[in-house]
Ligand binder design. Sequence first.
Ligand code: DX5
Ligand code: ZN
Length: 222
Amino acid sequence: MKHLIAPSILAADFARLGEEVQSVLDAGADVIHFDVMDNHYVPNLSFGPVVLDSLKRRFNDTPFDVHLMVKPVESMIDAFLNSGASYISIHPEATEHPDAALNRIRRGGAKAGIVVNPGTPLSVLDSLWGAFDLMLIMSVNPGFGGQRFIKRSISKVSEASKMIQAHAVDVLLEIDGGVSAENIGSLSRAGANIFVAGSSIFGADDYSQAILEMRNAIEPRV
Ligand code: DX5
Ligand code: ZN
């Protein structure tokens, strides 16, 4: 399975958002990660569907990976389906009805993702197998970019990867929070295949170089 690099535009310069997206695409990004925060489910506020509308008008062919950190989540699922999200991920803590929320995403034509926080056990997925296309493991607590990577997330990714194999399902395994060229090799060996990175890409002087270093760490050249 191909490894996808997903820059998180939470770390971009919002005064130049379109140019920033163009730059990371030119630098080799596969997917754009779009962090939606509501100052309720998480203690921070970011951007909403009108921002995705504008970006989709300019980057129509680019897949956007929408990470919803909002409660309640249902009306935002509909809004982001309308805005053209390719992937929409939800936190099970943010809805009374996670199965229904995942179905709602799929019915709207996007890939449905379920997010597992650092303090949430993987058993939260037990009754949801078959209902999601993507599992997003958080390696920081949701709410802010630029936090320190929580190391025990690597073993959580390998446990999640084994669960996916045991269930024989086609599920993407995404990691989000503090991802950099330092830890991306271990994360890919543990089974992750989509890598979200905010500050380690947008904080770099050269986005192409930052993405190349990540790719080389995922698939070392011998
Ligand atoms: C945190 C967000 C992350 C964040 C990643 O709540 O979900 O996507 O933007 O940023 P870095 O890579 O800087 O940790
Ligand atoms: Zn995110």
